[in-house]
Design a protein around this ligand. Structure first.
Ligand code: FAD
Length: 353
């Protein structure tokens, strides 16, 4: 069965909902197809102790402030899921949960969106599928030789499952620091390794400053001024309270990255070895773009060239929320609102007779 609408939004996480909010405001008929059976996107799957790196009011989608979580300056993931579920309902966004998009094809003047329960034909598509479903693991020698447990950030849930074990955490970003702190607070035997010494943002800087920096950068670029550099120039790790506490207690000392895995553990270039029961790879993500393969748009580094959110070689397609290449801070709760609005406006222009 093939259904028709003006716009199909693929993905019903925060990015898809922000797109839906702006499409609805402009009166554009659309549907949001989301593979998850419940609202909340990737936030449904993160580990229990995760804290946002910004306070609630700085983690809001367009139209509705995230309420403060009682007793928490930095809300947890469960609070974000509740907020997104309420957002979806409050704005009556047409989300179809449990629908997985398999491919997008060109079909004359339309785009055909093939799903696991029928096709849609649309005049424009917004892809907002996030990165959570494409965890990245670096090619480190010996990875297949190692006989212990290996897991990526996406599979980490709770320190209790590592009680009594020796665990190595790889990665100097927020996930690595938060998971290392989580395990260290639970007194798990933890080694944290990073490619370069950890770069903490100043303790009084959090996601608010990152957002302000990204905004200032966008303004500078728009005005043709010198690039002030991405948020990475400020540091890699927001010192949210559990991370700060672990660091200040001396529980978060990072070692350099090891050079290889062995059957029983890891080995550094100087020959030092450590036996470990588990390796947790906090090594990032790649954009989930497999459903767009048939459009043949991917260029270097697996990205699709865009002007703002619009695919350069396919003006009926917009990309939202994957990172800075689809708009400054667009992969954050507060940052996705603006590119979502711009995408909706461009789509309105495209649809105008
Ligand atoms: P997602 O939340 O991943 O939503 C995408 C949706 O699309 C999912 O429901 C998925 O199932 C669905 N989907 C995927 N493929 C298909 C398909 N083919 N068909 C149909 N549906 C599909 N941001 C902040 O603002 N503050 C923070 O503190 C913060 N902390 C973070 C901590 C971690 C560990 C990570 C990984 C990210 C963090 N982020 C944070 C960044 C960002 O806000 C999240 O990654 C967020 O989940 C991105 O939202 P999204 O809607 O783009 O993607």
């Amino acid at each position: 069965m093939t259904q028709r609408t003006d716009v199909v939004v693929i993905g019903g996480g925060q990015s898809g909902l922000a797109a839906g909010y702006h499409l609805r405001r402009l009166g554009i008929e659309h549907v949001i197809l989301d593979a998850q059976t419940a609202p909340g996107g990737a936030w449904q799957h993160t580990w229990g102790s995760l804290r946002l790196f910004s306070p609630a009011e700085y983690s809001s989608l367009p139209g509705r402030l995230m309420p403060v979580q009682p007793g928490q300056t930095y809300p947890d993931a469960g609070h974000v899921v509740d907020y997104l579920a309420d957002y979806e309902k409050r704005y009556e966004l047409p989300v179809r949960h449990g629908v997985s998009v398999k491919a997008v094809h060109r079909d004359g003047t339309l785009l055909r969106v093939a799903t696991d329960c029928g096709d849609w034909r649309a005049r424009a598509v917004v892809s907002a599928t996030g990165t959570w479903t494409r965890p990245y693991l670096p090619a480190v020698p010996g990875r297949l030789e190692y006989t212990g447990r290996q897991l990526h950030t996406v599979r980490y849930q709770d320190p209790a499952e590592f009680a009594g074990q020796r665990v190595i955490i790889v990665g100097g970003g927020n996930s690595g620091a938060q998971i290392a702190a989580d395990l260290a607070h639970a007194r798990v035997n933890t080694t944290w390794v990073t490619q370069r010494p950890p770069r903490y943002l100043a303790d009084d800087i959090d996601g608010r400053a990152l957002f302000d920096h990204a905004t200032a950068r966008r303004r500078a670029l728009d005005a043709g001024r010198t690039d002030t550099g991405g948020v990475a120039s400020l540091g890699d790790i927001v010192a949210v309270p559990p991370v700060r506490a672990a660091r200040d207690a001396g529980l978060l000392t990072a070692k350099p990255m090891f050079s290889r895995l062995t059957a029983a553990g890891v080995q550094w270039t100087d020959g030092t070895v450590a036996e470990v029961d588990a390796v947790i790879w906090c090594t990032g993500f790649r954009p989930e773009l497999a459903h767009l393969a048939a459009l043949r748009l991917r260029g270097s580094r697996g990205r699709i060239a865009t002007v703002g959110t619009r695919a350069l070689a396919e003006p009926r397609l917009h990309l939202l929320g994957y990172g800075d290449w689809t708009g400054p801070a667009s992969a954050t709760l507060i940052g996705v609102g603006r590119p979502a609005r711009d995408a909706a406006r461009e789509i309105a222009d495209l649809l105008r007779p």
